[in-house]
Design a protein around this ligand. Structure first.
Ligand code: AMP
Length: 147
């Protein structure tokens, strides 16, 4: 089997993120692959009547602030695994859509996700993982999250 060269790890900062990155790093090491970390800030403006976006109310956190905080969190998370020099990216949008889009943009050959993340274990496969599995053009590994 051809070795993987570019592994993208989808990090949601849930409790299961450690299980995801540990498995992904094992595989990256075995394949001598480059590792990239990605977090997607899932931020949708509230819709008004007729689905027109409302003017953001005062309590809403500005997107730029969410992105900056996510960048810091991703950097801290990377440091925990001595990955400070690895590629880290924060995107804004719908997580499964952005993960698939960025994987294509970066010529990723393996995406690693958790079977479940912040949306809990209600489904056999979480909705983000499911969306990625259905739409990615490369291989996808869904790490079975142990409770
Ligand atoms: P879910 O399907 O939302 O329960 O999450 C399953 C997996 O999808 C997580 O373990 C992550 O690998 C990935 N994921 C979910 N949300 C995000 C996000 N906002 N950014 C990056 N990866 C995510």
């Amino acid at each position: 089997m051809k070795a993987y060269q570019n592994v993208l790890i989808a990090i949601d900062f849930s409790e299961s993120a450690d299980q995801v990155i540990e498995r992904a790093l094992d595989i990256a090491k075995q394949n001598n692959a480059k590792v990239s970390l990605l977090h997607v800030v899932d931020h949708l403006p509230p819709l008004g009547f007729g689905e027109e976006p409302l003017i953001a109310p005062d309590w809403m956190i500005p997107e730029q602030q969410l992105m900056d905080e996510a960048k810091k969190s991703l950097n801290n998370f990377a440091s925990k695994y001595s990955l400070q020099s690895s590629e880290q990216q924060v995107a804004l949008g719908t997580p499964n859509v952005e993960v698939v889009r960025i994987a294509e943009e970066k010529s990723i050959d393996l995406i690693v996700v958790g079977s479940h993340g912040r949306h809990g274990v209600r489904l056999l496969l979480g909705s983000t993982a499911n969306g990625i599995l259905h739409h990615a053009k490369c291989d996808v590994l869904a790490v079975r999250i142990k409770e």
